[in-house]
Design a protein around this ligand. Structure first.
Ligand code: FAD
Ligand code: SIN
Length: 528
């Protein structure tokens, strides 16, 4: 299949779908998506979407909380865009018919999550992403001017004279295809599956980061991975997310003895930011040698089951009653703050290539994302990148591999060049489990030099194996999955080894403090 479009959008989560809706009518739009179009991280989002809509809230307050969670590395201009433009995009969803829960006065009911100073999270029970995904997909699928090609796995960005001119893909039955486009947007989402324990669905293998890095685009801040503190920890059951909103609505974290323990480590207690709560859990498990639990037994049963029907069902499938049982929990990889480096309009360093949503690194989340800011990011920056694609060609020149720091970023930035992984004679290709297990054990929640060095060594060898196998196995989807996991794993591990401090989602047991003097900076990697 050979297609030609003005605009190619890769990915059908919130960022890709919102972008496609902006582009419609201004040129030919093709959306490539690797699975069913409704399968994305977006569809699994539980807690909600943050927007300063409440009477006690303001964009300034939302910015303050976002920047505090970002632990000194948020790009203030990106935060400003998010919090100021966000409310209009959320109101647009409401106008389009999003069935958000309502309060007694008929306005959107606002929930509370960790590190938010006020209630500002709009939600549709505990399945907000499903509702937003449904709404956006109904608009995209109902518009004949958008061509959606599903089961189409983008494998490579096509470049000509240093510009991105589209992407190659493989279909479900392994046939090759391509889309030649004037402008290409990556909206491929996150990379949770690089880790053995994750909240993410299987599509989240970081493909967009891998293919952009291989095409020579700058990727940045990849050491910053968010580990969600509370996923269901029952042997044999999926690592189902137990939303932070449970704690926002009064659930407590307790140890085996039934004692609340988070405050022993973090003064803000159960609603401290995610990285802090996740590490408090690890420490308590180490201290006691026993699991920790979420308990809602002190809350009203009807409230619990009506507010959290999806979570209650998942617990029931594991033989637990959310309203009365203690629910065993542990942390898991949830979100990647880093990604393909962009400016405020989604432009990357590679001319013709844009990125939006979780795959992108605008710097809006700094070193740690504030809960429920990601769906908002997908809407706001998906629409902005689409606007940039519609503009005159000149602004679409990429900012270039060697360009100075992004606009609006007051901190220094550094660009590190690496030789692109190349195949060696004895290079081996690992299994997905080998990569994911290594990443979880050596590049997970608590990091240290020796384990990171070991991980980098293994991943470098595996990346050589993958590069060697690519020409022969390029149309094999299982191979492509491993290919992404290995390259993204390597980028994350190298970044984690390099940053000798602890900040946000990145915790080095050998450098446990934040060190602004040496490390208050964004670091981008380029493969040459
Ligand atoms: P996604 O929604 O992940 O979409 C990516 C798309 O790209 C998919 O369609 C995928 O199939 C496609 N794709 C990927 N690779 C390729 C390829 N190679 N070729 C073609 N297509 C490809 N955030 C919040 O703000 N609030 C929440 O309450 C919340 N809860 C969450 C709960 C869970 C369990 C999870 C996993 C995440 C949650 N998040 C939440 C995070 C948020 O859902 C995601 O960050 C956000 O939805 C990402 O949107 P996106 O459009 O960037 O990517
Ligand atoms: C959650 O509901 O706890 C997840 C929210 C998010 O990732 O923003």
């Amino acid at each position: 299949m050979r297609l030609r479009a003005d605009f190619l959008v890769i990915g059908s989560g919130i960022a890709g779908l919102r972008a496609a809706l902006s582009l419609v009518g201004t040129g030919d739009v093709v959306v490539l998506t690797k699975a069913d179009p409704r399968e994305s991280n977006t569809g699994y989002a539980q807690g909600g979407i943050a927007a300063a809509l409440g009477p006690d809230d303001s964009p300034e307050l939302h910015a303050r909380d976002t920047i505090a969670a970002g632990d000194g590395l948020c790009v203030p201009a990106a935060v400003d865009v998010l919090v100021r433009e966000g409310p209009a995009y959320v109101r647009e969803l409401i106008d389009w018919g999003a069935a958000f829960d309502r309060d007694a006065s008929g306005g959107p009911a606002l929930g509370r999550e960790g590190a938010h100073s006020v209630r500002r999270v709009l939600h549709a029970r505990d399945a907000t992403g499903r509702e937003i995904g449904r709404l956006l997909w109904s608009r995209v699928s109902g518009d004949p001017r958008i061509r959606v090609v599903d089961d189409a796995l983008a494998t490579e960005l096509m470049t000509r004279d240093g510009d991105c001119v589209g992407a190659a893909f493989i279909t479900g039955d392994g046939a090759q295809g391509s889309v030649t486009a004037t402008h290409t947007m990556l909206a491929t989402g996150g990379a949770g599956h690089v880790f053995r324990e994750t909240t993410n669905p299987a599509i989240a293998t970081g493909d967009g980061i891998a293919i952009a890095a291989r095409a020579g685009a700058r990727v940045a801040d990849l050491e910053f991975v968010q580990f969600h503190p509370t996923v269901l920890n029952v042997e044999g059951a999926p690592r189902f997310l137990l939303s932070e909103v449970l704690r926002g609505e009064g659930a407590h974290l307790v140890n085996e003895a039934g004692e609340r323990f988070v405050q022993r480590y973090e003064p803000a207690g159960d609603l401290a930011s995610r990285d802090l709560v996740a590490r408090a859990i690890v420490r308590e498990v180490e201290r006691t040698g026993a699991p920790v639990y979420l308990t809602l037994a002190h809350l009203d049963r009807d409230f619990v089951t009506s507010r959290f029907p999806t979570i209650a069902r998942a617990c029931a499938q594991a033989g637990l009653d959310l309203a009365s049982d203690r629910i065993p929990v542990s942390p898991a990889a949830h979100y990647v703050m880093g990604g393909v480096e962009t400016d405020l309009d989604g432009r990357t360093s590679l001319p013709g290539l844009l990125a939006a949503g979780e795959v992108a690194c605008t710097g809006v989340h700094g070193a740690n994302r504030l809960a429920s800011n990601s769906l908002l990011e997908g809407l706001v920056f998906g629409a902005r990148a689409a606007r940039a694609m519609m503009g005159p060609p000149s602004p679409l020149r990429g900012f270039g591999v060697a360009s100075p720091p992004r606009a609006g970023n007051p901190w220094p930035s550094e660009v590190v060049r690496w030789p692109r992984p190349a195949g060696g004679p004895d290079a081996a290709v690992p299994t997905p489990f080998e990569v994911r297990d290594l990443m979880w054990r050596h590049v997970g929640l608590l990091r240290g030099r020796a384990a990171l060095e070991q991980a980098c060594g293994r991943l470098e060898a595996w990346a050589a194996g993958s590069a060697a196998a690519r020409p022969a196995h390029g149309c094999d989807r299982d191979f492509r999955r491993i290919d992404s996991l290995v390259d993204v794993g390597l980028l994350i591990a190298r970044a984690a080894l390099r940053r000798q401090e602890s900040r946000g989602g990145h915790f080095r047991a050998d450098f446990p403090s934040r060190d602004d003097l040496h490390w208050k900076k964004h670091i981008a990697d380029v493969w040459i």
